[in-house]
Design a protein around this ligand. Structure first.
Ligand SMILES: Cc1cc2nc3c(=O)[nH]c(=O)nc-3n(C[C@H](O)[C@H](O)[C@H](O)COP(=O)(O)OP(=O)(O)OC[C@H]3O[C@@H](n4cnc5c(N)ncnc54)[C@H](O)[C@@H]3O)c2cc1C
Length: 469
């Protein structure tokens, strides 16, 4: 606690933007999963870019560590301060204005604190699609999505957040505003500096505004849940569907029977989709701008062929919007079901797609050598080569199991990932959760360059200490 700093902060930003009362600060000190807990002397809630700049300038002068916070749905503890009581959490929640929507250039410009779901709905009202979509979209903020380079369920068609960003406005730790909020599709004038903020996890500055690409609204959707017995079938089904449906393939998600069991047990109102049970399930969504009948026919035709040729064992095709939503819930409720079940060791990994089946087989053997009775929950964005490879305590073990086994299991999983040429973080980032593994697995030259970039942007190391680097 630094009384002189706090006085100046309140003087510059006004009382309504600064919280210093310990009880009021408390809710800002934990992460979504309740795994991390930190300390802070103040929470700042600026209402515009100038206030962010004033706040950072002051923090830099006093060498106060700053933790940017979006919707706090991050899964790596990136928005949770460390234990030091001197931190300042800077929340963008009051910066939630849509600055413009352009349906000729097909762009949307918004404050970084806008909730992703609100931006999607605003684009839809104008007949356009903002394709970034994830289960946490009604809590996460676009600034947080950009800071983590979020993925989600439509990456197979539209790419990660990075591919949707045209411009970024950000405040550097010294209070300077980086004005890169342009909407140009083409600009080949040297290094593309805005890219550095995408995926920077709050370590280079605070993102205050974002310019995004919009796409044609896919008004018609069709979903099938296909049952498979092996991941190899899921892989072959993907090959076949992509060939037949091309760009209409909007999502290709996978989850094992253990995940389905967990959702049925932990989430109210969920129903078993098939009479029998299978090794795993693939949720496929096709979407198009028009012609619902043609889309449905295409899906039924390709799934019929897949059933005939043994690429899947059974299938339910959605016949109505409510059925479509019910099928999606089986996949989207997995994170909530895990939260209800207790602490899970999460490994958000990326692999060369064609090696996923083999990885699943050998990784299980490796993990079971370490912890024979653990429970495995494997699901994720199969179409992008992204698995959430989650490990939980054996039946009957107490909830402290995860903490005790974390290091050994992470070493086993990430060792396998490295052997397959994969990445230890596909879409959730590094935060504080994977910092150790990141330093262990990242190419030393890449790490050195990242540290040099950090030094240029943040020479006093005030931005989000203990995260990423
Ligand atoms: C149920 C559930 C499902 C999820 N599904 C997915 C998924 O499918 N794909 C996926 O990629 N992620 C997913 N996530 C993770 C999470 O939603 C994303 O990482 C999201 O992008 C985080 O946004 P946020 O606003 O909540 O950021 P926060 O959690 O608040 O912050 C995340 C990081 O970004 C930094 N940050 C936040 N705002 C700013 C800013 N304005 N400027 C600079 N730095 C900032 C923080 O310091 C922190 O390091 C899921 C999470 C949950 C709870």
């Amino acid at each position: 606690m630094n009384p002189e700093f706090l006085d100046r902060l309140v003087q510059v930003l006004g009382k309504e933007s600064v919280i210093t009362d310990a009880a009021e600060i408390e809710p800002w000190l934990t992460d979504w999963r309740g795994v991390y807990k930190g300390g802070a002397q103040a929470v700042v809630r600026p209402s515009n870019t100038q206030q962010v700049a004033d706040c950072l300038r002051l923090c830099n002068e006093f060498r106060i560590p700053v933790v940017p916070r979006g919707g706090n749905t991050g899964l790596c503890g990136g928005a949770t301060p460390d234990a030091s009581p001197g931190n300042v959490v800077i929340s963008l929640d009051r910066m939630n204005r849509i600055r413009s929507i352009d349906t000729i250039a097909n762009t949307l410009v918004a404050d970084a604190g806008c909730i992703l779901g609100n931006l999607r709905r605003a684009a839809e009202a104008e007949g356009r699609l903002l394709p970034l979509s994830l289960a946490a979209e009604d809590s996460s903020q676009i600034g947080g999505n950009v800071a983590t380079n979020a993925g989600g369920v439509n990456v197979v068609r539209y790419g990660m957040t990075r591919e949707l960003v045209l411009g970024v406005e950000a405040v550097l730790p010294n209070g300077e505003v980086f004005n890169g909020l342009q909407t140009l599709r083409k600009d080949n004038t040297g290094y593309d500096l805005k890219q550095l903020f995408i995926g920077s996890e709050g370590t280079l500055g605070v993102i205050t505004g974002v310019a995004l690409k919009l796409l044609p609204l896919t008004r018609v959707r069709s979903v099938v849940l296909a049952a498979v017995n092996t991941p190899q079938q899921a892989l072959e089904l993907l090959r076949s569907l992509y060939g037949r449906c091309g760009a209409r393939l909007q999502a290709y998600e996978y989850f094992t029977d253990e995940c389905l069991d967990l959702v049925l047990a932990q989430v109210e109102g969920m129903h078993q989709p098939f009479e029998g049970r299978y090794g795993g399930y693939v949720l496929v969504e096709l979407a198009d701008t028009a012609d619902e009948g043609a889309l449905q026919d295409l899906l039924e035709e390709v799934i019929g062929e897949a059933l005939e040729s043994g690429l899947c064992e059974d299938a339910v095709v959605s016949a109505s919007l409510s059925q479509l939503q019910a099928l999606w819930r089986l996949r989207e409720e997995i994170s909530e079901a895990q939260r209800a079940d207790g602490p899970h060791l999460k490994h958000d990994i990326s692999l060369p797609i064609e090696r996923i089946p083999q990885f699943i087989e050998t990784a299980e053997a490796t993990v079971r050598e370490v912890a024979p009775d653990c429970r495995l929950f494997i699901f994720g964005h199969f179409g992008d080569g992204n698995l959430h490879y989650n490990v939980s305590r054996p039946e009957g073990a107490d909830r402290g199991w995860a903490k005790e086994w974390e290091g050994r299991i992470a070493a086993a999983v990430f060792g396998e990932v490295a052997a397959y040429g994969g990445s230890i973080s596909a879409e959730h980032g590094i935060g504080q959760l994977k910092r150790h593994e990141f330093h262990h697995h990242k190419d030393p030259m890449h790490l050195r360059l990242m540290l040099q970039i950090k030094q240029i942007f943040d020479p006093n190391s005030i931005m989000n200490p203990g995260k990423l680097l």
